[in-house]
Structure formats: structure tokens, C-alpha cells
Design a protein around this ligand. Structure first.
Ligand code: CA
Length: 415
């Protein structure tokens, strides 16, 4: 009997199952339990990930090429942890992204790429100036398209790291699928530290859902093939709800004593309603007499520019959630067609609050009985609403804009 068991254990097939079982029991449950934490070594994490990637249908050949000898990239973690001390004011943001140099280069690029841009516009309904604006902001018209970080290494680093594991794990799976399908080879699959790739900085899941092989060579090459890249961007915007026959919005002039409670991306009103409220084009003319829903935004507070924004503005914000970004895209697109600068970018001497000042502002709002959300130093929509309530309570213009003046007023009130 003993001999039989001994024989069974050491028959090669049974032995293999036995060893595999020990390995699984010894490593996998432990790794699984702590999967989203950096407590598990990168190597152990990668073993588990590799099994899941194989289950997701990625070929052994691709897994071998991409994951054998893979090492985490410390610089990626550094960049992910970086906390900017100051955020940019609207003025600084626009000066940086939509300056004279970018407008000049963009107009040249618009002319040079006219043919492919017209083809993409005809197919996806996104006009050339908008594609050029995205191209300019994402990679300075392709100059930065080839990327610096190996995408697999960067994504594996972030997927192993605890902060946003689930998100980056999904990106890593999709990145491996892209390799597996042969759209790009491993050595050329480069991108940003967070895995944004090619001319328009698509993350892998964006690639999976939107990338297009426009020239029909069988590869969706968003890294080096401009027509594939531009068609992919056009298709992405179309999928985000882009309307071919609409603009993004426009800068407007507000009447004196305008009610800043109406400034909100959430509230939508017909253009006729905004007209009745005294909102005009910047040159004083009436708003267009068309049936469109619009929201009013004022990114630099009551002393800065105001904009009426339409559905395409929301499509831009589905590409990148930042309101500043969406305004920069819309404005750059207008500039490429020859429109002039905005009437104002907000106060010239305004400094944005530092991280520490923002935290202080939030804490003081809480102390004064308002609800800005957790005091994390990040001014989001909830903090803006709380600022607005505070401004109303002390008779300031309720624009919800975080300024040093508001912070000083709160500091004074607490004393
Ligand atoms: Ca292609």
C-alpha cells in the first residue's frame, strides 16, 4: 500500500499535479489576499497576473516576450506620487497651452494635413481644427508621440502598486491584447508614465474601444501612422457624443449684476433663456437664434472670462475631465481658424492657492459650518459649492472661485 502511494506520488504526471497544488496553495491564496498592496513582491504579483492574463486569452508567446524578466520602474511610482504644490490659474494654463507659438504651429499643421483631416471629418464628423487642437495639446502635434516609457513595464509597475491597481491591471491586460494582435511590436510600444500612447495619448482601454485602422494595412497604428491616429481620435470623439454640425461653445459677455448662482456645468438652459438673462456675444451682439442647450462656466471666477458651452464641450470633457482642458481645446480650435484671443484670461496678478492654503480654506469652511468635503487640498466641485455658500453668507459675489481673498475673509471671520 505504502509502496503504491509512493509510486503514485512519483509517477511524473501525478507528481506534477502534486507540486502544482503545493505551489498554488503556498503562494496564490497569500498573494490574492494582498493583491492590491505593495506588500507582495513584484515577482510574486507578476506570477498571479500572468495566470489571469493567459485566462484572458493572451498567447503564451506574447506573455513570454512581454513579461519574462519584467522589472518595475521606480520613476513611474515617483511620477504617480508627485503632488504639485500649486495648481495653475486659468491664465497660466492657457498661456502654457494656447500660446502664439502653438497657434502658429497648429495653423501650419492644419494646412499640411488638410487631406487626411478632410477624410476623417467626412467619416467621423469631427472638423479638422478640433482634431488639430487635440493633437496640439496631447503631443505638440506628434512631436511627443513616440513616448518615453515602455508601456508594459509602466502599467505593470502601477498595477502592482497599491494605489490604483484595478484600473492599471485592466490597462495592462488590454496593452497585452494590443501586442497579441500585432498592432505594434513590444520594443516600439512606448508611452507616458501612466501608459498613454501615440499621437493622441490613448490609454489601452481607449485604444481597444476606439482605435481605427484607417489605411487598411491590418494594424491600428496610433504611434507612427498619422491617418490611423487621426481617424482613431475622430472615432473616439464620435463615440463620446461629438456633433458634427455644432461648435463647442463661445466666450460671452455677462451683464452687470449677473447672478453668479447660474454659473454651473450642471444647469442647462436654452440659448433664448441666456439671451433673456442679458448674456451676449463678446462684441455685444445677440446670441445665435438656434435651439440649443447651453451651460455657463467661469473658470477664473467673476473677474475672468465667461463661456456658454454646448454638447461638444461635454464630449471633450469625456476625453479629459478637466474644464480648463476642454476650454483650451475649444479656444485653440477657434484660433486655428483665425479667431482672436479671449477678451480676458482673468486677473493678471492672481496666484492659485497652494496645496496647504487649499487645505486651510477647506478646514476653515468646515469650521464655519459649510461642507467642502474632506480637507484634502484639492478644490473640486463640492469645495466650490461650499465657497459659493460662504460667499453668499458674507455678501461676496458667489462665483465659487478659490482665491486668496476668500481665504483671507475666512481667516478674518474665524477670529
Ligand atoms: Ca493601419
Amino acid at each position: 500500500m505504502l509502496k503504491y502511494i509512493f509510486k503514485m506520488i512519483f509517477s511524473p504526471r501525478i507528481f506534477l499535479i502534486f507540486v502544482t497544488a503545493i505551489l498554488i496553495f503556498a503562494t496564490v491564496p497569500h498573494v490574492r489576499a494582498a493583491e492590491n498592496s505593495a506588500d507582495v513582491s513584484f515577482g510574486d504579483w507578476l506570477k498571479v497576473f500572468r495566470v489571469d492574463a493567459a485566462k484572458a486569452g493572451i498567447s503564451a508567446k506574447t506573455l513570454e516576450a512581454a513579461l519574462n524578466n519584467l522589472e518595475p520602474i521606480p520613476r513611474v511610482i515617483e511620477l504617480d506620487r508627485r503632488q504639485p504644490e500649486f495648481t495653475l490659474t486659468f491664465r497660466d494654463y492657457m498661456d502654457r497651452l494656447v500660446n502664439a507659438k502653438r497657434v502658429t504651429k497648429g495653423r501650419k499643421m492644419l494646412a499640411e494635413n488638410r487631406k487626411i483631416l478632410e477624410q476623417v471629418a467626412a467619416r467621423y464628423g469631427v472638423r479638422p481644427q478640433y482634431l488639430m487642437a487635440f493633437w496640439g495639446l496631447e503631443t505638440d502635434f506628434g512631436r511627443l508621440a513616440s513616448g518615453y516609457f515602455p508601456v508594459i513595464g509602466a502599467l505593470a509597475t502601477l498595477a502592482h502598486d497599491g494605489r490604483r491597481s484595478a484600473f492599471f491591471r485592466k490597462q495592462l491586460i488590454d496593452a497585452l491584447k494590443i501586442l497579441d494582435a500585432g498592432h505594434i511590436d513590444l520594443a516600439r510600444m512606448k508611452g507616458s508614465w501612466a501608459g498613454a500612447m501615440g499621437h493622441f495619448q490613448f490609454i489601452p482601454t481607449t485604444f481597444s474601444a476606439n482605435a481605427i485602422d484607417f489605411d487598411g494595412d491590418g494594424k491600428r497604428d496610433i504611434w507612427t501612422n498619422k491617418s490611423d491616429a487621426m481617424a482613431s481620435a475622430g472615432n473616439f470623439l464620435k463615440n463620446m457624443g461629438w456633433k458634427a454640425d455644432e461648435i463647442w461653445g463661445r466666450e460671452v459677455k455677462l451683464p452687470k449684476d449677473f447672478d453668479f448662482n447660474l454659473v454651473s456645468l450642471k444647469g442647462r438652459k436654452p440659448l433664448a433663456r441666456w439671451q433673456a438673462l442679458g448674456v451676449r456675444r463678446t462684441d455685444g451682439r445677440d446670441l445665435p437664434k438656434v435651439e440649443m442647450q447651453a451651460s455657463l462656466v467661469a473658470p477664473a471666477g467673476h473677474a475672468g472670462p465667461a463661456f456658454l458651452v454646448y454638447g461638444n464641450f461635454r464630449a471633450i470633457m469625456r476625453w479629459n475631465q478637466s474644464q480648463f482642458y476642454a476650454l483650451a481645446i475649444g479656444h485653440l480650435a477657434d484660433r486655428l481658424l483665425g479667431q482672436g484671443p479671449l477678451t480676458t484670461l482673468g486677473p493678471r496678478d492672481e496666484k492659485s492657492l497652494s496645496f496647504v492654503q487649499s487645505e486651510d480654506l477647506q478646514q476653515r469652511l468646515i469650521d464655519a459650518g459649510f461642507d467642502p468635503g474632506p480637507p484634502d487640498g484639492i478644490i473640486g466641485s463640492q469645495t466650490r459649492l461650499a465657497i459659493r455658500e460662504f460667499q453668499k453668507s458674507v455678501g461676496l459675489i458667489p462665483d465659487g472661485h478659490p482665491t486668496l481673498a476668500v481665504l483671507k475673509r475666512l481667516q478674518k471671520g474665524a477670529k
